[in-house]
Design a protein around this ligand. Structure first.
Ligand code: IPE
Ligand code: IPE
Ligand code: MG
Length: 248
């Protein structure tokens, strides 16, 4: 790994999460159908993966489809299902060779096509022993749904109310072993969370950029990491005090 100028390797974010937004606008600005923007987002995603590997980031989460994205026109939803299925089929070997472990975050409900679920399972299986980096793909993911699912699991296990605490809820999130994101990047100039990782990003540093996702490249990731390293994380404490850190 060659050093990246201006980035201190001893203070890297362990977990970077991206809201990959702006595909539709990227396409519309070029007079193309919105779906062309999704297609163009693939290169951005793989350059971001390469950049994260180059830096030595251990977890990269990308928001690929939200529980609210089912509201889109059926043709676009269909396209996104097919596109994600084919992306996994085409690129999982390459990710595997790079030592990337592929995991998914979200509800596996009846709306997710069976063929896509099959590709997801194959990708998880193929890469399960990889340890260089985890690529967490948030698909049919909603932060509220994740909390609801955790609370439901606790209730159905008959957990007494006094035992429902933060530790118990965390233990029932989709991936209890996933560390909270240190850095969340949202592209396309929107300043909102859109139901992404609501529990996990309680103390994440947020970086917003006007770049539309299909134009995103590893240099934008590096810029966001430099910005992250300029921030002073206090976790509710005071300067230099890490005692309140939620990174457990
Ligand atoms: C993000 O790009 C991709 C998904 C939500 C699947 P958008 O499709 O939301 O693009 P804009 O925000 O409409 O430009
Ligand atoms: C968030 O983007 C979801 C993904 C990137 C998958 P949206 O485009 O769906 O968010 P809103 O609708 O602008 O809040
Ligand atoms: Mg959008």
């Amino acid at each position: 790994m060659s050093p990246v100028p201006g980035i201190d390797r001893s203070r890297l974010p362990v977990h970077v999460a991206c809201v990959m937004d702006g595909n539709g606008r990227w396409a519309q600005r070029r007079g193309l159908p919105r779906t062309e923007g999704h297609a163009a987002g693939e290169e951005a995603l793989f350059d971001a993966v390469e950049g994260a590997l180059e830096l030595g980031v251990k977890w990269l989460t990308v928001y690929a489809f939200s529980t609210e994205n089912w509201r889109r026109p059926p043709d676009e939803v269909r396209y996104l299902m097919k596109f994600n299925e084919s992306l996994l089929a085409r690129r999982r070997d390459e990710l595997h060779e790079r030592g990337v472990r592929i995991q998914f975050l979200g509800r596996r409900d009846w709306r997710v096509p069976r063929r896509l679920l099959k590709r997801m399972n194959e990708s998880i299986e193929l890469t399960r022993h990889n340890r260089t980096m985890t690529l967490m793909i948030a698909f049919n993911y909603g932060g509220r749904a994740e909390i609801v699912d955790a609370v439901r699991a606790l209730a159905s296990a008959g957990t007494p109310p006094a035992k429902i605490d933060e530790r118990a809820i965390r233990a029932h999130l989709y991936h209890p072993d996933m560390p909270d994101p240190d850095l969340v990047i949202r592209t396309s100039g929107e300043y909102r969370i859109s139901n992404f990782l609501l529990w996990e990003l309680a103390y994440s540093e947020l970086v917003f950029t006007d770049v539309l996702w299909p134009d995103f490249r590893r240099d934008h990731l590096f810029d966001a990491v430099r910005e992250f390293q300029r921030r002073n994380r206090r976790f509710g404490g005071i300067d230099g005090d890490e005692a309140g850190s939620t990174d457990t």
